[in-house]
Design a protein around this ligand. Structure first.
Ligand code: HEM
Ligand SMILES: *[C@@H]1O[C@H](CO)[C@@H](O)[C@H](O)[C@H]1NC(C)=O
Length: 313
């Protein structure tokens, strides 16, 4: 009986220490691949000029990577079923942008830069290109050799999640309620499919009636599952605090969004962010760096994949 307990205990200690000793560094590639950040920036800029939504899509892709086994590029693997998990299938975008960045980086610095780090930089630049903040990204993550469909299904929050569930899912990743509320502000950019918000706009309580009616025009009761609506009806294309203002007007697109302003513990912070863009941006940046530190593979763990979609043979 002592065996499993001891193993669990050692596992917990090693998980904790891998977070604490992550030792990512903003200068990790300054000698081995000095052109890295410029390359990511150039490709991201082109991609966002072509399709503005892509800035949002790369930010989300990074979130979905970090919540599943840590920020290890697992979400980019074609095998292993992570891409087919409920929250990811027919939903994640931007894999070909990562491929394009990786191809250019490999040409300049073969075998040096991980896919997990490229994704962290692409998320930062995608945010900035949509008028969000920028920040130094600690680097030195390595890539996993495995992906996990079950962890993706278990660790990623759903549009139906209650406030208590959201808080505990983020806590499991070492993120505070404040981090959670700041990171949810990412829903100031990007779009969602009708199928993800239909339940809420037909018959959910705690929703502004005019808003619900308007959404129903793009999202009928049946069919048109893939019709798109902006997550932030006011300013789909710009990273601002309209998301929080919408929540205060009961215009959150998902139940999980509205849970942040529903008479609970996050109401006060939503009010603060709605009125204080500088506070929102600074908390968002802190939370992004923290999220980027979830369980990275470092040192000789994992590998640097040559192609982000496949484990090296
Ligand atoms: C708090 C719990 C969260 C839930 C339940 C949630 C759920 C969702 C869903 C269902 C979509 C639409 C997907 C689709 O239509 O296929 C979406 C889009 C998006 N999410 Fe979240 N999300 C959450 C938190 C986050 C966080 C922490 C980030 C980033 C820091 C994020 C960034 C985004 C972005 C940028 C989009 C738009 C993507 C695009 O247009 O391609 N979300 N989210
Ligand atoms: C959310 O709940 C509704 C029922 O209220 C259900 O039909 C839907 O599939 C749920 N969505 C998710 C992603 O769990």
């Amino acid at each position: 009986m002592a065996g499993p307990t001891l193993i669990n205990c050692l596992l917990a200690v090693s998980l904790l220490s891998s977070v604490a000793d992550a030792q990512l560094s903003t200068t990790f590639y300054s000698r081995s691949c000095p052109s890295l950040e410029n390359t990511v920036w150039m490709v991201m800029k082109q991609a966002v000029v072509k399709d503005r939504r892509m800035g949002a899509s790369l930010l989300r892709l990074f979130f979905h990577d970090c919540f599943v086994q840590g920020c290890d590029g697992s979400v980019l693997l074609d095998a292993g079923g992570e891409k087919a998990a409920g929250p990811n299938a027919n939903s994640l975008r931007g894999f070909e942008v990562i491929d394009a960045i990786k191809a250019r980086v490999e040409a300049a610095c073969p075998g040096v830069v991980s896919c997990a780090d490229i994704l962290a930089l692409a998320a930062r630049d995608g945010t900035f290109l949509l008028h969000g903040p920028t920040w130094p990204v600690p680097l030195g993550r390595r890539d996993s050799t495995t992906a996990s469909q079950s962890l993706a299904n278990n660790n990623l929050p759903s549009v139906n999640s209650s406030l208590a569930t959201l808080i505990s899912m983020f806590a499991r990743q070492g993120l505070s309620p404040t981090d959670m509320t700041a990171l949810s502000g990412a829903h100031t950019i990007g779009q969602a499919r009708c199928t993800t918000f239909r339940d809420r706009i037909y018959g959910n309580s705690n929703i502004d009636a005019t808003f619900a009616k308007r959404q129903q025009r793009t999202c009928p009761l049946s069919g048109a599952d893939n019709n798109l609506a902006p997550l932030d009806v006011q300013t789909l294309r710009a990273f601002d605090t309209a998301y929080y203002q919408n929540l205060m007007a009961h215009r959150g697109l998902f139940r999980s969004d509205q849970e942040l302003f529903s008479g609970g513990s996050q109401d006060a912070l939503v009010r603060q962010y709605s009125a204080n863009p500088a506070l929102f941006r600074s908390d968002f940046v802190k939370a992004m760096v923290k999220m980027g530190n979830i369980n990275p593979l470092t040192g000789t763990a994992g590998q640097v994949r040559r192609n982000c979609r496949f484990v090296n043979s």
